[in-house]
Design a protein around this ligand. Structure first.
Ligand code: NAD
Length: 264
Protein backbone atom coordinates (compact mmCIF):
# COMPACT_ATOMS: atom_id res chain seq x y z
CA UNK A 1 0.00 0.00 0.00
CA UNK A 2 3.10 2.19 -0.06
CA UNK A 3 2.08 4.23 -3.11
CA UNK A 4 -1.70 3.79 -3.06
CA UNK A 5 -2.14 7.52 -2.41
CA UNK A 6 1.01 8.78 -4.15
CA UNK A 7 0.40 12.16 -5.82
CA UNK A 8 -2.90 12.67 -3.95
CA UNK A 9 -3.62 15.66 -1.74
CA UNK A 10 -6.27 15.83 0.94
CA UNK A 11 -7.66 17.74 3.89
CA UNK A 12 -8.10 16.21 7.36
CA UNK A 13 -10.66 17.99 9.58
CA UNK A 14 -11.17 17.03 13.24
CA UNK A 15 -7.69 16.29 14.56
CA UNK A 16 -7.51 17.20 18.27
CA UNK A 17 -4.74 14.92 19.59
CA UNK A 18 -3.06 11.55 18.99
CA UNK A 19 -6.16 9.71 20.29
CA UNK A 20 -8.38 11.27 17.60
CA UNK A 21 -9.89 9.04 14.92
CA UNK A 22 -8.63 11.70 12.48
CA UNK A 23 -5.10 10.83 13.60
CA UNK A 24 -5.53 7.13 12.78
CA UNK A 25 -6.84 8.11 9.35
CA UNK A 26 -4.09 10.68 8.73
CA UNK A 27 -1.36 8.14 9.55
CA UNK A 28 -2.78 5.51 7.19
CA UNK A 29 -3.12 8.02 4.34
CA UNK A 30 0.33 9.48 4.90
CA UNK A 31 1.93 5.99 5.02
CA UNK A 32 0.30 5.34 1.65
CA UNK A 33 1.97 8.43 0.17
CA UNK A 34 -0.74 11.10 0.48
CA UNK A 35 0.10 14.75 1.05
CA UNK A 36 -2.04 16.16 3.85
CA UNK A 37 -3.45 19.48 5.05
CA UNK A 38 -5.07 19.80 8.48
CA UNK A 39 -7.71 22.09 9.94
CA UNK A 40 -8.12 22.69 13.67
CA UNK A 41 -10.79 24.35 15.77
CA UNK A 42 -9.55 27.25 17.85
CA UNK A 43 -6.11 28.42 18.98
CA UNK A 44 -5.91 25.96 21.89
CA UNK A 45 -5.70 23.04 19.44
CA UNK A 46 -3.23 24.70 17.09
CA UNK A 47 -0.21 23.82 19.21
CA UNK A 48 -1.37 20.20 19.45
CA UNK A 49 -2.12 19.78 15.74
CA UNK A 50 1.02 21.46 14.37
CA UNK A 51 3.56 18.93 15.74
CA UNK A 52 1.36 15.98 14.71
CA UNK A 53 1.03 17.40 11.19
CA UNK A 54 4.75 18.06 11.03
CA UNK A 55 5.53 14.46 12.05
CA UNK A 56 3.73 13.43 8.85
CA UNK A 57 5.64 16.00 6.81
CA UNK A 58 2.80 18.54 6.61
CA UNK A 59 3.07 22.26 7.28
CA UNK A 60 -0.39 23.09 5.96
CA UNK A 61 -2.29 23.62 9.22
CA UNK A 62 -5.24 25.99 9.02
CA UNK A 63 -7.96 27.17 11.44
CA UNK A 64 -11.62 26.31 10.82
CA UNK A 65 -14.67 26.46 13.05
CA UNK A 66 -17.36 24.64 11.07
CA UNK A 67 -20.09 26.55 12.91
CA UNK A 68 -19.03 29.65 10.98
CA UNK A 69 -19.54 29.89 7.19
CA UNK A 70 -16.85 32.58 6.85
CA UNK A 71 -14.37 30.33 8.61
CA UNK A 72 -15.12 27.42 6.21
CA UNK A 73 -14.76 29.81 3.25
CA UNK A 74 -11.41 31.06 4.57
CA UNK A 75 -10.13 27.47 4.89
CA UNK A 76 -11.05 26.57 1.31
CA UNK A 77 -9.74 29.90 -0.04
CA UNK A 78 -6.40 29.13 1.62
CA UNK A 79 -6.35 25.60 0.15
CA UNK A 80 -7.31 26.93 -3.27
CA UNK A 81 -4.40 29.33 -3.08
CA UNK A 82 -1.98 26.67 -1.84
CA UNK A 83 -2.95 23.62 -3.92
CA UNK A 84 -5.67 24.64 -6.40
CA UNK A 85 -7.01 21.07 -6.43
CA UNK A 86 -8.05 18.50 -3.84
CA UNK A 87 -8.33 14.70 -4.13
CA UNK A 88 -10.00 13.86 -0.82
CA UNK A 89 -11.44 15.29 2.39
CA UNK A 90 -11.95 13.65 5.79
CA UNK A 91 -14.61 15.10 8.13
CA UNK A 92 -14.14 13.70 11.66
CA UNK A 93 -16.12 16.33 13.56
CA UNK A 94 -19.04 16.10 15.93
CA UNK A 95 -20.27 18.09 18.90
CA UNK A 96 -23.12 18.25 21.41
CA UNK A 97 -23.55 19.68 24.91
CA UNK A 98 -22.22 16.93 27.16
CA UNK A 99 -24.97 17.58 29.70
CA UNK A 100 -27.34 16.14 27.09
CA UNK A 101 -25.13 13.08 26.40
CA UNK A 102 -26.39 11.49 29.57
CA UNK A 103 -29.89 10.81 30.76
CA UNK A 104 -32.82 10.77 28.33
CA UNK A 105 -33.16 11.88 24.70
CA UNK A 106 -36.64 13.22 25.44
CA UNK A 107 -35.08 15.98 27.55
CA UNK A 108 -33.06 17.44 24.64
CA UNK A 109 -33.32 21.23 24.42
CA UNK A 110 -34.17 23.02 21.17
CA UNK A 111 -30.96 25.05 21.34
CA UNK A 112 -28.71 22.00 21.73
CA UNK A 113 -30.66 20.05 19.09
CA UNK A 114 -30.02 22.86 16.57
CA UNK A 115 -26.37 23.28 17.55
CA UNK A 116 -25.69 19.52 17.39
CA UNK A 117 -27.27 19.26 13.93
CA UNK A 118 -25.36 22.33 12.74
CA UNK A 119 -21.90 21.20 13.86
CA UNK A 120 -22.29 17.43 13.39
CA UNK A 121 -24.48 17.26 10.25
CA UNK A 122 -24.72 20.45 8.21
CA UNK A 123 -20.97 21.06 8.44
CA UNK A 124 -20.29 17.98 6.29
CA UNK A 125 -22.58 19.28 3.55
CA UNK A 126 -21.03 22.75 3.78
CA UNK A 127 -17.55 21.22 3.47
CA UNK A 128 -18.61 18.84 0.66
CA UNK A 129 -19.87 21.74 -1.46
CA UNK A 130 -16.59 23.65 -1.22
CA UNK A 131 -14.39 20.56 -1.55
CA UNK A 132 -16.29 19.38 -4.65
CA UNK A 133 -15.53 22.70 -6.33
CA UNK A 134 -11.83 21.81 -5.96
CA UNK A 135 -12.22 18.28 -7.42
CA UNK A 136 -12.46 18.80 -11.20
CA UNK A 137 -11.05 15.30 -11.82
CA UNK A 138 -13.15 13.53 -9.19
CA UNK A 139 -12.32 12.70 -5.61
CA UNK A 140 -13.47 11.07 -2.40
CA UNK A 141 -15.03 12.29 0.84
CA UNK A 142 -15.42 10.56 4.17
CA UNK A 143 -17.26 11.32 7.40
CA UNK A 144 -17.53 9.50 10.73
CA UNK A 145 -20.69 8.02 12.20
CA UNK A 146 -21.82 5.63 14.94
CA UNK A 147 -24.29 2.77 15.42
CA UNK A 148 -26.39 5.06 17.65
CA UNK A 149 -27.79 6.35 14.31
CA UNK A 150 -29.43 2.95 13.64
CA UNK A 151 -30.28 1.62 17.09
CA UNK A 152 -30.85 3.20 20.48
CA UNK A 153 -27.62 3.34 22.48
CA UNK A 154 -27.49 4.59 26.08
CA UNK A 155 -26.75 8.33 26.46
CA UNK A 156 -26.07 8.88 22.75
CA UNK A 157 -29.36 10.77 22.58
CA UNK A 158 -29.44 13.77 20.18
CA UNK A 159 -26.12 12.63 18.70
CA UNK A 160 -27.90 9.48 17.43
CA UNK A 161 -30.47 11.63 15.66
CA UNK A 162 -27.64 13.76 14.22
CA UNK A 163 -25.71 10.69 12.98
CA UNK A 164 -28.87 9.34 11.29
CA UNK A 165 -29.17 12.65 9.44
CA UNK A 166 -25.45 12.57 8.64
CA UNK A 167 -25.76 9.08 7.11
CA UNK A 168 -28.73 10.28 5.03
CA UNK A 169 -26.62 13.28 3.91
CA UNK A 170 -23.92 10.88 2.72
CA UNK A 171 -26.48 9.17 0.44
CA UNK A 172 -27.79 12.47 -0.98
CA UNK A 173 -24.29 13.87 -1.47
CA UNK A 174 -23.22 10.62 -3.18
CA UNK A 175 -25.97 11.08 -5.75
CA UNK A 176 -25.36 14.81 -6.24
CA UNK A 177 -21.60 14.48 -6.68
CA UNK A 178 -21.38 11.02 -8.27
CA UNK A 179 -21.72 12.34 -11.81
CA UNK A 180 -18.58 14.41 -11.19
CA UNK A 181 -16.66 11.30 -10.18
CA UNK A 182 -16.75 12.19 -6.50
CA UNK A 183 -17.46 9.39 -4.01
CA UNK A 184 -18.97 10.09 -0.57
CA UNK A 185 -18.93 7.51 2.25
CA UNK A 186 -18.99 7.18 6.01
CA UNK A 187 -17.34 4.86 8.49
CA UNK A 188 -19.45 3.73 11.43
CA UNK A 189 -16.76 3.12 14.05
CA UNK A 190 -17.15 1.08 17.21
CA UNK A 191 -16.56 2.98 20.46
CA UNK A 192 -13.02 4.36 20.92
CA UNK A 193 -11.72 6.32 23.90
CA UNK A 194 -11.21 9.85 22.50
CA UNK A 195 -11.78 13.38 23.77
CA UNK A 196 -15.26 13.52 22.20
CA UNK A 197 -16.19 10.09 23.61
CA UNK A 198 -15.24 11.14 27.14
CA UNK A 199 -18.33 13.40 27.10
CA UNK A 200 -20.68 10.39 26.75
CA UNK A 201 -22.18 8.99 29.96
CA UNK A 202 -21.05 5.47 31.06
CA UNK A 203 -18.57 5.34 28.17
CA UNK A 204 -16.31 2.81 29.93
CA UNK A 205 -19.27 0.46 30.30
CA UNK A 206 -20.15 0.91 26.61
CA UNK A 207 -16.56 -0.02 25.66
CA UNK A 208 -16.70 -3.18 27.79
CA UNK A 209 -20.11 -4.12 26.41
CA UNK A 210 -18.82 -3.87 22.85
CA UNK A 211 -15.71 -5.82 23.69
CA UNK A 212 -17.70 -8.69 25.21
CA UNK A 213 -20.53 -8.78 22.67
CA UNK A 214 -18.95 -8.15 19.27
CA UNK A 215 -18.06 -11.15 17.06
CA UNK A 216 -14.35 -10.30 17.29
CA UNK A 217 -14.59 -9.90 21.11
CA UNK A 218 -12.41 -6.77 21.09
CA UNK A 219 -12.70 -3.05 20.50
CA UNK A 220 -11.46 -1.33 17.35
CA UNK A 221 -8.43 0.98 17.18
CA UNK A 222 -7.92 4.27 15.36
CA UNK A 223 -5.40 2.47 13.14
CA UNK A 224 -8.04 -0.06 12.06
CA UNK A 225 -10.40 2.80 11.23
CA UNK A 226 -7.50 4.46 9.38
CA UNK A 227 -6.90 1.40 7.19
CA UNK A 228 -10.59 1.17 6.27
CA UNK A 229 -10.55 4.89 5.49
CA UNK A 230 -7.58 4.29 3.19
CA UNK A 231 -9.61 1.70 1.28
CA UNK A 232 -12.59 4.05 0.91
CA UNK A 233 -10.50 7.10 -0.06
CA UNK A 234 -8.12 5.33 -2.46
CA UNK A 235 -8.85 3.70 -5.82
CA UNK A 236 -9.39 0.41 -3.94
CA UNK A 237 -12.81 1.86 -3.12
CA UNK A 238 -13.52 3.09 -6.66
CA UNK A 239 -16.81 1.18 -6.84
CA UNK A 240 -18.15 2.34 -3.48
CA UNK A 241 -20.25 5.44 -2.75
CA UNK A 242 -23.13 6.46 -0.48
CA UNK A 243 -22.11 3.70 1.93
CA UNK A 244 -22.04 3.45 5.72
CA UNK A 245 -19.16 1.06 6.31
CA UNK A 246 -19.03 -0.51 9.79
CA UNK A 247 -15.62 -0.80 11.43
CA UNK A 248 -16.92 -2.11 14.74
CA UNK A 249 -15.58 -5.66 15.26
CA UNK A 250 -18.90 -6.78 13.73
CA UNK A 251 -20.99 -5.51 16.65
CA UNK A 252 -23.85 -4.33 14.41
CA UNK A 253 -24.64 -7.82 13.05
CA UNK A 254 -25.29 -9.43 16.42
CA UNK A 255 -28.86 -9.80 17.66
CA UNK A 256 -27.88 -11.85 20.69
CA UNK A 257 -24.56 -13.30 21.67
CA UNK A 258 -24.41 -17.08 22.15
CA UNK A 259 -24.19 -18.29 25.74
CA UNK A 260 -23.16 -21.72 27.02
CA UNK A 261 -26.28 -23.92 27.24
CA UNK A 262 -28.39 -21.98 29.71
CA UNK A 263 -30.59 -24.23 31.80
CA UNK A 264 -33.99 -22.55 31.50
P1 NAD B 1 -12.05 13.94 18.93
O1 NAD B 1 -12.48 14.72 20.13
O2 NAD B 1 -10.63 13.54 18.84
O3 NAD B 1 -12.46 14.70 17.59
C1 NAD B 1 -13.60 15.52 17.49
C2 NAD B 1 -13.15 16.73 16.71
O4 NAD B 1 -14.26 17.57 16.38
C3 NAD B 1 -12.14 17.60 17.47
O5 NAD B 1 -10.96 17.72 16.72
C4 NAD B 1 -12.85 18.94 17.58
O6 NAD B 1 -11.96 20.03 17.52
C5 NAD B 1 -13.75 18.89 16.36
N1 NAD B 1 -14.82 19.89 16.42
C6 NAD B 1 -15.85 19.98 17.30
N2 NAD B 1 -16.58 21.09 17.05
C7 NAD B 1 -15.98 21.71 15.99
C8 NAD B 1 -16.24 22.92 15.26
N3 NAD B 1 -17.26 23.73 15.59
N4 NAD B 1 -15.42 23.25 14.23
C9 NAD B 1 -14.39 22.46 13.89
N5 NAD B 1 -14.08 21.31 14.54
C10 NAD B 1 -14.87 20.95 15.58
O7 NAD B 1 -13.01 12.65 18.93
P2 NAD B 1 -13.25 11.47 17.85
O8 NAD B 1 -13.90 10.39 18.63
O9 NAD B 1 -12.03 11.20 17.10
O10 NAD B 1 -14.36 12.11 16.91
C11 NAD B 1 -14.27 12.18 15.49
C12 NAD B 1 -15.58 11.77 14.85
O11 NAD B 1 -15.75 10.37 15.03
C13 NAD B 1 -16.82 12.44 15.40
O12 NAD B 1 -17.73 12.72 14.35
C14 NAD B 1 -17.41 11.35 16.28
O13 NAD B 1 -18.80 11.51 16.48
C15 NAD B 1 -17.08 10.14 15.46
N6 NAD B 1 -17.15 8.84 16.14
C16 NAD B 1 -16.48 8.62 17.31
C17 NAD B 1 -16.57 7.39 17.93
C18 NAD B 1 -15.86 7.12 19.25
O14 NAD B 1 -16.23 6.19 19.96
N7 NAD B 1 -14.85 7.88 19.60
C19 NAD B 1 -17.31 6.34 17.35
C20 NAD B 1 -17.96 6.58 16.14
C21 NAD B 1 -17.88 7.82 15.55
Amino acid sequence: AQDLMAGKRGLIMGLANDKSIAWGIAKALSNAGAELAFSYQGDALKKRVEPLASSLGSDVVLPCDVGDEASIDALFDALQEKWGKLDFVVHAIGFSDKNELRGRYVDTSRANFMMTMDISVFSFTAVAKRAAAMMPDGGAMLTMTYYGAERVMPHYNVMGIAKAALEASVRYLAEDLGKDGIRVNSISAGPIKTLAASGIGDFRYILKWNEFNSPLRRNVTIDQVGNSALYLLSDLGAGVTGETHHVDSGYHVVGMKAVDAPDI
